[in-house]
Design a protein around this ligand. Structure first.
Ligand SMILES: [Zn+2]
Ligand SMILES: [Zn+2]
Length: 138
């Protein structure tokens, strides 16, 4: 389905294609640290479908827990994370997959996670969220 993304300050806007049933939660330490959250929600998107409509992405390079070189795109004005992908040219010219951060999508509510990865570093209490008392806003 078509998705519409924007960073918090709206410097970065984009459209792409992504399928909700491919949404995963990632519990790796890098996702915890870089998102500042217990885990991150990600959906893959074909590089060819990603169209930057405004702004300029900043790329942070890292080596993932998998040992692979990764490029992480974010807004250098507000810090919102947009996607992660493999290092340009590392796949022998194959089309890359962009792991879109579902929180930046206007359609985020439709991207319910279907699978979890890096469960070895999953924080022990995340499965207990549903039992917590809650309120509609802050
Ligand atoms: Zn921004
Ligand atoms: Zn991760």
């Amino acid at each position: 389905m078509r998705v519409h993304g924007s960073c918090h300050c709206e410097h970065i806007t984009f459209i792409s294609e992504a399928e909700p049933e491919r949404t995963v939660v990632c519990h790796c330490r890098d996702c915890q640290i870089m998102s500042g959250s217990p885990y991150r929600s990600i959906v893959p998107s074909d590089e060819r479908a990603f169209e930057l409509l405004s702004g300029e992405l900043t790329i942070y390079h890292k080596v993932g827990d998998s040992g692979n070189a990764r490029e992480l795109a974010f807004c250098n004005r507000c810090g919102s994370h947009i996607y992660a992908t493999s290092k340009a040219g590392s796949d022998g010219g194959a089309v890359r997959s962009f792991g879109l951060r579902t929180g930046v999508l206007a359609e985020a509510a439709e991207f319910a996670p279907m699978f979890q990865v890096w469960c070895d570093s999953r924080l022990p209490w995340v499965s207990e969220f549903n039992a917590l008392p809650g309120k509609p806003r802050q």
